[in-house]
Ligand binder design. Sequence first.
Ligand code: NAP
Length: 268
Amino acid sequence: MTKGKVAIMHNKQESSFAAQKKLTALLQEADYIIDQNDPDIVVSIGGDGTFLSAFHEFEHKLDHVRFLGVHTGHLGFYTDWRDFELEELVSNLSNDENPPISYPLLDVQVKYHQQDEPQHFLALNEATIKRAIRTMVADVYIKDEIFERFRGDGLSVSTPTGSTAYNKSVGGAVLHPRINAFQLAEIASLNNRVFRTLGSPIIISDSEWLTIYLEESSDYLITIDRFTIQHDGIESISFKIADERVHFASYRHMHFWRRVKDSFIGEV
Ligand code: NAP
């Protein structure tokens, strides 16, 4: 009897190719079927960046797909296994008694001036909005109430698991991924006697939503994790915690703050 269908996604590093070959053989030996199109489990081999790509490849199947990350370098935030632990990984997967783990995602809705229907995106790390040529001017609304007028390079809206990525580089707080909330962080805001924003990141609850209204212009860049979108006629972008979540298989519990310390601080 088969144990389930597994898709393996990997980056172009030689070590990832080797790990993919070895893992395929181990999974087949353990009665798993390799199915790149309709899997129950998606294994990503590479880094957190590779995991982001694997997530987006299967984001339309989140209701029944579980993800698992193998890192071919250091441990990552989505990658709990190292490439020299593949035997243990397969045995752990076969007897998966780990508590089910899932984390929040960001629902991003882009509304256009000339279009009734908004476009929907899901972000695992974050979405950013920036203006390429001139200062971005945007009205930030929380729950349909004006909060501030932002002027600066752009805004970043991140998930808890994305809080250690771009968000951290722009001064956002690191959020424990069990917190069901999202975060708005400013990218180089203009703050003086005339222009004023809060100037610090804010954490927004799962019962609230955020809308950013933009001045009409054609030079906005929206990023969703690894991808960049450049569209004309964007009127506003809204953010909330998505109904969908990302589910993990064989998630190895590592103290979150220890992972943060290992990644950013090292030995004390
Ligand atoms: P990249 O520019 O090639 O690499 C970005 C780095 O961010 C990699 O070292 C990656 O780890 C790490 N990373 C990804 N997700 C993370 C997370 N949740 N927590 C901590 N570190 C994380 O870009 P990429 O590989 O395509 O990944 C896209 C992500 O990179 C974006 O979502 C954004 O968050 C981040 N990014 C950050 C900056 C910045 O900090 N200034 C600039 C651009 C993009 P691995 O080495 O394990 O893949």
